[in-house]
Design a protein around this ligand. Structure first.
Ligand SMILES: *Cc1c(COP(=O)(O)O)cnc(C)c1O
Length: 390
């Protein structure tokens, strides 16, 4: 390896894009005297409602908290079953387990890594209450047949849309239709509030339950009880959680949301470039594109390493990229490979072969809106050297 590589700065696989404007807005919020849940949270909720075109967008401390409360608000409890995918971040399953319910897994499609909607019906039992699809990398799951099944069996749907803010399915934005959607604003996601998440719904009584559950079980949004117009009196309807977002975080989110469409467009350009560059390489298998009309927000670009052709494992590939000072991501090991899920639900290696294959071969290449073309070339050049391509 050349001296030059050692001198190159580490290129992470993701880097949040925080503008100077955001920094000064956060300083202003700090000086305003109101830093916990307040007007900025309300403002961002309003902006998100406008953006996804839904009557309710409720901010929480994380998408994990949002998924958890969504299940609790639907009264999911021990004995219930929730159908989801093994190809996701473990939070999707953890929250089901935390409710005492059973995650029932359905294998994924080999090209899109999304839950295979055709296999869902066979897994529905009288205990099934919810289907929780994940829009992997921002590519919308085939929602028409999924919602048809939910209707047929009277099931609720919580879309784990952590990757998919700005994505659309058949001309409709994710969040603008269907049942419940959860977005993540973790720094790795398409827009950030440092930490944060959002629940979108069209169901007033569900949204009301979320307001109570996210703030102690208080009977209404009581964040303003310290302001001049607020009242100190409230009732507790149930023991609630403390999952409310702060104004500091929402301030970041307002700027991020304003940039979202432009930065998703940038992601698409970067991914198009990767597809172009990697076209015809046998050493990698590129994710496939669904044939229905959609817009992909491209949260990550996650090809598979074709180990049989290139002769090195995915882990070796990631280690070698690091020698070139390039970070890659692992999204994700199949969730049923984790010991807790094997021990608790009896899942075994071999149960979901497609998810396992992806989990063992996938790697995410650097992708973020302000990556430079030089940095993109560094990625491709490093891969050429690792694979001994001319
Ligand atoms: C990031 C992520 C989550 C959790 O998001 P947080 O905001 O970090 O809690 C859940 N599901 C998926 C698919 C994710 O990628």
């Amino acid at each position: 390896m050349s001296q030059k590589v050692e001198n190159q700065e580490f290129l992470p696989f993701v880097r949040p894009n925080i503008s100077e404007q955001t920094i000064s807005d956060v300083v202003e919020c700090l000086r305003s005297g109101w830093i916990a849940t307040g007007p900025k949270v309300q403002l961002l909720e309003q902006k998100l409602q406008d953006y996804v075109q839904a009557p309710h967008a409720q901010l929480l401390t994380s998408a994990t908290a949002a998924l958890h409360l969504a299940l609790l608000a639907l009264d999911i409890k021990p004995g219930d079953e929730v159908i989801t995918t093994p190809m996701t971040f473990v939070a999707t399953l953890n929250v089901i387990a935390l409710c005492g319910a059973k995650p029932v897994l359905v294998d994924v499609e080999p090209g899109t890594y999304n839950i295979d909607v055709n296999q869902i019906e066979a897994k529905i039992t009288p205990k099934t209450k919810v289907i929780m699809p994940v829009h992997f990398a921002g590519l919308p799951v085939d929602l028409d047949p999924l919602y048809a099944l939910a209707k047929k069996y009277n099931l609720r749907v919580i879309e784990d849309a952590a990757h998919a803010i700005g994505s659309s399915y058949k001309g409709k934005k994710i969040g603008s239709f269907g049942d419940i959607q959860v977005f993540s604003f973790h720094p790795c996601k398409n827009m950030t509030t440092a930490e944060g998440g959002c629940i979108v719904s069209r169901d007033d009584s569900f949204a009301n339950r979320i307001s109570q559950l996210r703030f102690h079980g208080i009977d209404r949004d009581a964040w303003n009880r310290y302001s001049k117009g607020g009242s100190q009196h409230f009732d507790i309807l149930m023991p609630g959680y403390k999952f409310n977002m702060s104004d500091l975080q929402a301030t970041i989110g307002c700027d991020q949301l304003a940039q979202l469409d432009a930065s998703n467009q940038r992601r698409k350009e970067i991914v198009d470039w990767y597809y172009e560059q990697l076209q015809g390489w046998d050493e990698v298998i590129l994710p496939s594109i669904s044939d229905y009309d959609h817009f992909n927000s491209w949260h990550i670009f996650a090809p598979l390493i074709n180990t049989q052709v290139c002769g090195i494992s995915r882990d070796d590939f990631m280690a070698k990229m690091k020698e070139y000072n390039i970070g890659t991501g692992l999204h994700y090991p199949a969730v049923h490979s984790f010991s807790y899920y094997q021990k608790t639900y009896g899942y075994q290696i071999g149960d979901f072969p497609t998810a396992e294959h992806i989990g063992n071969h996938v790697t995410s290449l650097p992708l973020f809106p302000n990556i430079t073309i030089e940095e993109q070339h560094r990625v491709i050049n490093a891969m050429k050297q690792i694979f001994n391509r001319k």
